[in-house]
Design a protein around this ligand. Structure first.
Ligand SMILES: [Zn+2]
Length: 768
């Protein structure tokens, strides 16, 4: 009986530990369901199936639809109209029979009867852009909707269709069975919007000085909606914010524009010799071998001469693109054009920039280098860039992406002068939009539903690329900057948002249309979350491997958020459900502090705790197993023992005291800590995070410890850590390098750093 008690008692002492952890026990007033922050995400995630596996990879029955397009497009520059004749061939690779097809008519967002303006609440903005005020309140509004002239079978028979805002349902003559294809044609035109006046992600900019327009054209043709195992038809309306969901396909596009225009687009130019001059061909051949600097295909001088042309003749540019989800093009007689070759893996890719003279000198200086760096960094972090070119087009106030081509802002003033803000803004937006080739153009997530899946992942890699760019091109950095000043990515930059008014914050896992502070929600916070995951939680090696695995698994496929979350865990053995839950499903923030530090001493005398335990189990103190007793500095026991001389406050007696427990060999290596601390961390913030602690010692040295987030698994409010040290600790700092986005750092150090009050500061300033 006694042996049993003895055993039980020692187990009890061991499990309770040297320091009492009573305060680690949560207090609960009533029953509760499992709301532990480390609970797995079974309730939030859908059940894995044959389409999508539990590991986050495409399953054995994964399928995706295909939409191939053949289009003849004509740009009417005089009237700013565009018309098209397109044939769509739709392949039903799903196991389902389809009675109808859904086609997206995004331009209907700017139709006269568009419902987009009707869902904007909030009344008058106190200040608004004069141009948008005028077009909203002082005109009848721009008529930019699609004019659908025909929808026909390839044999010329009309197909019944119905248009609901930005979605068009096309009835099939007979149901489309799994494995079957269906071809049909659509004839359409619309008025092109002035994107400066009527906004929008595409359109034209008008240059009154020379009477020209520069066009950046996208969402310009009726596009197939996505049909998949997750949504069925993704036919959620385009209200103007949530971007697009598109299937992959092959595009054969002929674009007819004025003969003196310069044009670039998604796809391979298949009639280069017809549309290039001999001089342009020569320069192009040179650019293909120029790896260190861009070669001008069209010079500024030539572009300025062309501005005066206004040719009545036309030219047709023919393009072919394989396995892309969309098609865009830019055309104008104002364009200067440069190109540079980039080695990406075993392939040469062309980095391309196209800009009116108004973009110079900034654009000729940095655009193509920014494109090249993006291809290099993203290819290293994900997969080798699969296309043959990446184009950055300058369009005022635009930042928008399409396969192989994107529009970017960043314009000097009329004298060619530009601020740091304009320069960095331009480089950053180019990196961002070119980066979108990877997410969502190739890793083809559903932008209509999940803005963060492309914007967040892309903004994270934008940050990594910006840092690379700063190292590769120090000449691009302004005086006083030793690295690229990224605005999104560093943990500290998201603090004002995450620590802000909870009434205006939505979880990342919210459809873009329904979020407040869109930029912070869908770009800044997920990008920062991934950066913190990489730098602070998982470490670069584990994170990068898993991130690359996700990119490869879903390259040219359609992933969901769960596919990303699951893959990151599957490839790293890192349980991240707590991280996804906190950062992506809630609006909680990080706030961890040091609450209290107590110094402990080892005593040879049984302390109160031991005496009480022995009494409770009916044992004599002499029956106790060899135990080390801890007493808190300043406690009654402590004062008494200090008086009695029973404190083992020096390493030698302590060593001797425990010697019996060690073999001869072990005794050689025995450590002799002299200082014992009970450090209590508290967590006013809702997010569980690793505790990063810097311990500074009396001799001026310091040591940093990372306690994994799981330290919070049993108590979400506060935890205590026992610390044994050879050296006296004089300072403890939580998150010393500001890498966790802790919203309140006033509680991050011990002893508390006295915060100077504003009044004190004021007094000091007055004194000066
Ligand atoms: Zn973006």
């Amino acid at each position: 009986m006694k042996t049993l008690k003895y055993l039980f008692l020692s187990v009890l002492f061991i499990s309770v530990g040297a320091f009492s952890q009573e305060q680690d026990k949560p207090t609960r007033e009533q029953g509760h369901t499992n709301n532990n922050k480390f609970k797995q995400l079974y309730d939030e995630f859908s059940t894995p199936n044959m389409f999508r596996t539990a590991s986050g990879a495409p399953g054995p029955s994964y399928y995706q639809q295909q939409a191939d397009y053949k289009m003849d497009i004509v740009l009417d520059d005089k009237n700013a109209k565009i018309s098209g004749n397109e044939t769509i061939t739709y392949s039903n690779n799903s196991p389902d029979q389809l009675k109808y097809l859904w086609v997206q008519l995004d331009q209907n967002m700017r139709a006269r009867d568009s419902k987009t303006p009707l869902i904007e609440g909030g009344g008058f903005a106190p200040a608004q852009q004069a141009s948008s005020f005028a077009s909203t309140y002082m005109t009848e509004g721009f008529d930019g909707g699609f004019k659908i002239q025909e929808v026909k079978e390839t044999n010329g028979k009309d197909l019944p269709y119905m248009i609901n805002q930005t979605m068009m349902r096309v009835e099939l003559p007979k149901a489309l069975n799994p494995g079957e294809k269906f071809s049909f044609t659509i004839k359409w035109w619309y008025n092109i919007n002035n994107h400066q006046k009527d906004r929008g992600r595409s359109g034209y900019e008008y240059f009154p000085e020379d009477g020209n327009r520069a066009y950046v054209i996208a969402q310009f043709y009726p596009r197939m909606a996505v049909y998949n195992d997750v949504e069925g038809w993704q036919n959620s309306q385009f209200w103007g914010r949530d971007e697009f969901a598109l299937p992959f396909g092959n595009f054969e596009v002929n674009i007819t524009v004025p003969a003196d225009h310069i044009l670039d687009a998604t796809g391979k130019l298949t009639n280069r010799k017809e549309v290039f001059t001999k001089e342009m061909m020569k320069r192009y051949e040179k650019a293909k071998k120029s790896y260190d600097k861009p070669v001008l295909i069209v010079t500024q001088e030539e572009a300025e001469a062309a501005e005066k042309g206004f040719s009545n003749k036309t030219k047709t540019w023919k393009l072919y693109a394989e396995n892309v989800r969309d098609f865009g093009f830019a055309t104008s007689r104002k364009f200067i054009w440069d190109m540079m070759a980039v080695k990406v893996g075993d392939k040469d890719v062309m980095a391309v920039s196209m800009y009116p003279k108004e973009g110079n000198p900034l654009w000729e200086e940095w655009s193509t280098y920014a494109v090249a760096t993006t291809l290099e960094t993203y290819s290293r972090m994900t997969f080798q860039y699969p296309y043959h070119k990446a184009i950055s087009v300058h369009a005022k106030q635009q930042g928008m992406e399409y396969p192989m081509i994107c529009w970017n802002y960043g314009r000097p003033d009329e004298n060619g002068k530009y601020s740091d803000r304009t320069k960095y803004g331009m480089i950053s937006v180019i990196i961002h939009e070119v980066g979108h080739n990877y997410f969502p153009m190739i890793v083809n997530s559903d932008e209509r539903q999940w803005t963060w899946m492309d914007e967040g992942l892309n903004t994270f890699l934008q940050y990594v690329t910006e840092q690379d760019f700063g190292e590769l091109y120090p000449a691009a950095l302004s005086p006083g900057h030793d690295k690229y000043p990224s605005s999104r990515g560093p943990a500290a930059n998201i603090v004002p948002y995450m620590g802000g008014d909870q009434n205006f914050i939505a979880p990342i896992m919210t459809k873009g249309l329904n979020t407040y502070q869109f930029g912070n929600n869908a770009y800044g916070k997920p990008a920062t979350a991934l950066n913190i995951l990489r730098e602070t939680v998982m470490g670069r090696e584990l994170f990068d491997y898993a991130f690359r695995e996700y990119s490869h698994r879903w390259m040219f496929k359609h992933p969901t958020p769960e596919d990303f979350f699951r893959t990151m865990e599957d490839a790293s053995a890192f349980d991240l459900d707590w991280y996804w839950r906190g950062w992506f499903y809630t609006t909680d923030y990080v706030d961890i502090g040091v609450k209290d530090v107590k110094k402990y001493f080892v005593s040879s005398e049984p302390n109160e705790y031991a005496k009480n335990m022995a009494k409770r189990y009916g044992m004599e103190l002499s029956d106790l197993p060899p135990l080390v007793f801890m007493v808190e500095e300043g406690s009654e026991e402590f004062n008494e023992e200090l008086k009695n001389g029973t404190l083992l406050d020096n390493s030698t007696p302590l060593k001797e005291y425990v010697m019996d427990n060690f073999t001869e060999a072990e005794r050689q290596n025995i450590k002799a800590p002299k200082y014992f601390y009970n450090v209590t961390f508290d967590k006013p913030g809702g997010l569980v995070m690793p505790i990063i602690v810097e311990y500074t010692y009396a001799d001026g040295t310091s040591k940093t410890e990372h306690y994994p987030a799981q330290i919070w698994r049993l108590n979400d409010k506060e935890v205590s850590k026992s610390v044994a040290s050879d050296k006296e600790i004089v300072k403890i700092t939580v998150d010393p390098n500001l890498e966790t986005a802790d919203v309140d750092t006033s509680n991050n150090s011990w002893p508390r750093e006295v915060q100077q009050s504003d009044f004190d500061k004021f007094k000091e300033e007055v004194k000066e």
